[in-house]
Design a protein around this ligand. Structure first.
Ligand SMILES: [Cu+2]
Length: 187
């Protein structure tokens, strides 16, 4: 093989390896944690806010039963809170101890919810590359077919602003205002 061709091939291989190394796998745990003095436990993703890069994969790990990781997509629910061009996606109910993986390719802001626990505030935000898209708008319609109940308060928490997610890289459930995790009293 001529030297020049060997050199080109080496450069291509180095480029391919660099891309492979650049793709990171992140972990998001799906929790249920009892709260002292309250009948209802907390249902949450940890971290609840995460910055990743296009091409990165997130492993959603079920540490407790009956969780899904589901995009707020107009083909699932009324609320559309993923960037333009993203296909609807959802895990099945992830068995305890198992993992469901999704690779994010399109940049922007993604809001994700858990099918069985949206009512209890189990929602999260992932920024892929840089913020953008409909999830940049605050939740205003607390609809039974949209961003329902406590999940709307969680997604509106100042710590989940995408600028905060970009600045911190990762936002813990425990970084949120406790007031965002409790249903307001209904008269
Ligand atoms: Cu859940």
């Amino acid at each position: 093989m001529p030297a020049i061709t060997r050199l080109s091939l080496s450069l291509v291989l180095v480029a391919v390896m660099a891309v492979a190394v650049a793709q990171t796998t992140h972990v998001v745990d799906m929790h249920i944690t009892p709260v002292e003095g309250r009948q209802t436990p907390e249902f949450y993703f940890e971290p609840v806010g995460l910055l990743i890069q296009p091409g990165d994969t997130v492993n959603f790990v079920a540490l407790s039963p009956h969780h899904t990781a589901t995009a707020y997509h107009a083909q699932h629910v009324k609320s559309h809170r993923v960037p333009d061009g993203v296909e609807p996606f959802s895990s099945p109910i992830v068995p305890v101890g198992e993992v469901w993986s999704y690779t994010f390719t399109i940049p922007g802001t993604y809001d994700i919810w858990c099918g069985p626990h949206e009512h209890y505030g189990m929602a999260m935000r992932i920024v892929v590359g840089e913020p953008g898209g409909p999830a940049e708008e605050p939740v205003t319609d607390f609809s039974p077919v949209g961003v329902y109940a406590l999940s709307g308060f969680v997604l509106n928490d100042p710590a989940l602003a995408s600028s905060e997610i970009v600045a911190r890289g990762s936002v813990s459930w425990y970084d949120l205002d406790p007031a965002s995790k409790v249903m307001p009293e209904t008269p």
